[in-house]
Design a protein around this ligand. Structure first.
Ligand SMILES: [Zn+2]
Length: 153
């Protein structure tokens, strides 16, 4: 079988940030890298799960929500995938990520979608952990630019 494109990125040199990993037709996949790959520090499941609920809820309710194809965690627990229609510019995608993380960092109250009928593991949530991860990514993306989104392939 062919090696899929995301495995051809050199994970040894990858740093935290936001990158365009692939373009399929009119869908752009952004890798939001929140932990250094193989760095020994990964998103805890509960924090990642809560982050997912809040990120997806915010992004899909955003003015660009109709252009959001998918929001979800990486299985390696080092970040998130954000899939957007290509009518969204890289700058707009970056702004959407920053706004989403500001929302998560400040979130209080009941996490959306955490009734047993709404979620596959409704007890495994960690809001303080999600908030901390969002705060960290706000720092990482504070001076990020669309030019830095290329993986160099
Ligand atoms: Zn869930």
């Amino acid at each position: 079988m062919k090696t899929i494109a995301s495995f051809t990125v050199d994970h040894d040199t990858l740093e935290k940030g936001m990158y365009v990993s692939r373009i399929d037709g009119d869908v752009v996949t952004y890798d939001i890298r929140m932990k250094k790959p193989n760095g020994g520090d990964y998103l805890p499941n509960g924090a990642m799960h809560t982050f997912e609920h809040l990120f997806a809820t915010f992004a899909r309710n955003h003015a660009l929500g109709e252009q959001v194809v998918y929001v979800g965690p990486m299985g390696c627990r080092t970040g998130f995938y954000l899939l957007l229609r290509d009518v969204v510019s890289r700058q707009e995608a970056l702004d959407l990520a920053r706004e989403s993380f500001a929302f998560i960092a400040a979130f209080q109250g009941e996490i959306p979608g955490t009734q047993p009928r709404e979620c596959g593991n409704y007890r495994e949530h960690d809001l303080p952990g999600a908030r901390a991860a969002a705060e960290d990514m706000l720092r990482v993306l504070a001076d990020w630019t669309p030019e830095r989104m290329d993986y160099g392939r």
